[in-house]
Design a protein around this ligand. Structure first.
Ligand SMILES: *[C@@H]1O[C@H](CO)[C@@H](O)[C@H](O)[C@H]1NC(C)=O
Ligand SMILES: *[C@@H]1O[C@H](CO)[C@@H](O)[C@H](O)[C@H]1NC(C)=O
Ligand SMILES: *[C@@H]1O[C@H](CO)[C@@H](O)[C@H](O)[C@H]1NC(C)=O
Length: 366
């Protein structure tokens, strides 16, 4: 399972050994012994490697990871070992925020969205206004992208981690599709890959997503990678859905660790595209189906947004200010949205069932 590659290597070693045995079966004991030694060496190496992998990952860091990935296709198939050393500070923040099954909620934050009265305040407020979402804030890790956002996070929240961004300056508003924006989005995918490699599963949420109900009640039990959609066609398995990378639930396992690396590396084939567009390009790639990555798309009835607005107040878990460009527009519409939600929550059970309320948003976001 976890050691797919190890298993394949062992199988291959045994297979090759078997072939050598039968072809050398004419009494050549020396050759047979050599082959035997080689097989034993390979098996020993694999066992040692499995031991290192397992013991290292139970301590969290440093850890050895294995991928099938590089830029050219032949090395993707052959595979190679990759070693990474993780920041112990990150490990301690994750451990501290983790719920059961090593799972955390994560978001990224820069100063433009962290300023008082801006998106981060609304995001935190949504957890307080949501139904049974208050407790989830204890499992939220905020990844800050600059010094100011970090200071603001520490003032409001318990689990903040500043991402080392040598030379990068993410402090201003990163305008949609500018080089800074693209760089920030890809940095995020790379970072989430390392979180998975550390053995943590996560719900990644953009901060312009309001948490109104506990989403864990709606997730599919058996999926590796679940993602919200700008537009959902009603079929959760259908790769033709239009996913939105702002909200994902990803379980840490060998398939997802491989997939995030594959996704990140695919950026080189599609320059000037952001992570979400590249995901749409690669989602039908045969490597992904060969890896048996279990992908599910989440319904906009539960994981909604401004792109495809549903007025199903009795279902909604999260609402995303997607299809909306500009921090001012998002802030003003998200405020309206939270007012709608408060009004809904204040209704009696009967009124909730009978009323036909709809979101009064998409005022600035048009
Ligand atoms: C762990 O979390 C608690 C609050 O939940 C906080 O006071 C403490 O500083 C955290 N420790 C680390 C290492 O982040
Ligand atoms: C919150 O959710 C619970 C269970 O999901 C439900 O029984 C309760 O009525 C909800 N509260 C409000 C205020 O809607
Ligand atoms: C980062 O960019 C902001 C403007 O977006 C600027 O005010 C600030 O000085 C820059 N910081 C560094 C360290 O270059």
């Amino acid at each position: 399972m976890k050691n797919t590659f190890t298993g394949a290597a062992a199988e291959k070693a045994v297979g090759d050994g078997g072939k050598a045995w039968s072809s050398g079966g004419s009494g050549s004991h020396v050759l047979a012994r050599r082959v035997m030694q080689l097989v034993m060496f390979l098996v020993g190496f694999v066992v040692l490697w499995m031991f290192l992998y397992n013991s290292a990952s139970s301590f969290g860091f440093p850890t050895f990871s294995h991928y099938f990935i590089d830029d050219d296709e032949s090395s993707q198939i052959l595979g190679f070992m990759y070693q990474a050393v993780y920041d112990p500070k990150l490990e301690s923040v994750l451990r501290n925020a983790s719920m059961e099954h090593k799972t955390v909620i994560m978001t990224t934050l820069n100063n433009a969205w962290a300023e008082p009265g801006s998106i981060f305040d609304l995001f935190l407020e949504s957890f307080r206004l949501g139904n049974q979402t208050q407790k989830l804030i204890n499992h939220l890790v905020v990844i800050t992208l600059d010094q100011k956002a970090h200071a603001r996070c520490l003032a409001l929240h318990n689990h903040c981690y500043q991402l080392e961004t040598k030379g990068d300056n993410f402090t201003g508003e990163a305008f949609f599709m500018t080089p800074d924006y693209l760089h920030m989005m890809w940095r995020r995918i790379e970072f989430l890959h390392s979180v998975l490699a550390m053995g943590y599963s996560f719900v990644f949420t953009d901060t312009d997503i309001m948490w109104l109900r506990d989403p864990f009640k709606q997730f599919y039990k058996d999926a590796d990678f679940q993602i919200a959609c700008d537009y959902f066609n009603g079929r959760s398995y259908d790769l033709n859905n239009m996913p939105n990378g702002g909200f994902t639930y990803v379980k840490s396992n060998s398939r997802t660790i491989w997939f995030y690396k594959f996704w990140f590396n695919s950026r080189k084939n599609y320059p000037k595209m952001h992570d979400q567009d590249v995901l749409n390009k690669i989602k039908k790639h045969p490597f992904i189906s060969n890896m048996k990555l279990k992908i599910r798309f989440l319904s906009t009835s539960y994981f909604g947004g401004f792109c495809e607005r549903k007025d199903e107040f009795d279902k909604v878990s999260t609402m995303h200010a997607n299809c909306c460009i500009g921090v001012e527009n998002k802030v003003s519409d998200l405020k309206v949205l939270l007012e709608d939600w408060k009004r809904y929550m204040a209704l009696s059970e009967n009124e909730k069932k009978q009323s036909h309320i709809s979101w009064s948003v998409s005022q600035s976001c048009r």
